[in-house]
Design a protein around this ligand. Structure first.
Ligand SMILES: O=C(O)CCC(=O)C(=O)O
Ligand SMILES: [Fe+2]
Length: 279
């Protein structure tokens, strides 16, 4: 007999655009508006730039091990599970190390931010870094996941952490709109490390049922068992921009040499005339 109270998980179609070249502001805005789920731009920045940023990450004096339950190393600050005072103070302290990722280089994340800022300004919309009395967000953070097994970064969504950010964060308003996650990939392993996107955008009730209401991390294999997914096959020099409300994760990595390094930022509409950017 069918159980009327059994939760039926909703399937949302994945609209993924993939191409080679340079990223454009119009397509960034279409992810921001929720018109497409993901944009994968291959060879979006040069191998030379990718290698220099990777070397600056590996040798960075601000490189740290994550201690918040997500296995990985990082440079910069993450708002995940932090109150605003802690996050913005960390962002201020980490700024010299984030800047050191791009020493003597043209920072491709800041270049994209600048181009988007001009395009939105023409539409009467302000784009700026999230801030508080304690400081301002950085343009990006750099990450290298170290989970082992099926996933090097477990399946999760990026909205729960924003929804749960609390009233002292101006960015919590973005949780009601698309939370866009922007990833630049300076280094990729020989095999694996792909970005897996599942056809599912969890609701608050879904998260509660999985015990991940405040984190959106991690969703179990059992929960995702019947959900269709697609893998975005990444190479160094690629950019992936996704609607972070869809469950996503990073597949296991193999190969002897290169590690997987990404530059990540989040952004979204806090108001119809304001887009905030943070990490
Ligand atoms: O490493 C990736 O490709 C995805 C990163 C991610 O999902 C995150 O930082 O929330
Ligand atoms: Fe994510």
């Amino acid at each position: 007999m069918p159980n009327p109270v059994a939760q039926q998980l909703a399937i949302s179609p994945l609209l993924i655009r993939e191409r080679t070249g340079s990223i454009g502001t119009k397509e960034i805005i279409s992810v921001l508006k929720g018109e497409i789920t993901a944009l994968h731009v291959k060879q979006a920045f040069s191998t030379e730039l990718a290698e220099e940023i990777t070397a600056n990450f590996v040798g960075n004096p601000g490189l740290k091990e994550r201690k918040d339950g997500v296995p990985g190393q990082y440079v910069g600050a993450s708002h995940y599970r932090k109150d605003a005072a802690t996050y913005f103070a960390e962002a201020e302290n980490a700024r010299p190390y984030v800047d050191a990722l791009f020493e003597n280089l043209v920072d491709p994340v800041r270049a994209l931010f600048g181009a988007l800022k001009r395009e939105l300004h023409n539409k009467g919309i302000e784009l700026r870094l999230a801030r508080s009395e304690h400081g301002q967000a950085n343009v990006c953070r750099a990450l290298s996941w170290s989970g082992s097994g099926t996933f090097s970064l477990n399946p999760h969504d990026d909205v729960a952490q924003v929804l749960r950010a609390g009233n002292d964060y101006e960015l919590s308003a973005v949780a009601h709109n698309t939370v866009a996650a922007l990833n630049f990939y300076p280094s990729m392993p020989e095999e694996g490390g792909n970005l897996r996107l599942w056809s599912h955008k969890p609701t608050v009730a879904d998260r509660k049922s999985q015990g991940v209401e405040t984190t959106g991390y991690p969703y179990s294999a059992a929960y995702l068992e019947d959900v269709p997914f697609r893998d975005v096959q990444l190479k160094a020099g690629d950019i992936a921009l996704i609607d972070g409300g869809f469950v996503h994760g990073v597949t296991g990595q193999s190969g002897s040499g290169k590690r997987r390094v990404l530059l990540n930022s989040f952004f979204g509409f806090a108001r119809p005339d304001l887009v905030l950017w943070w990490t």
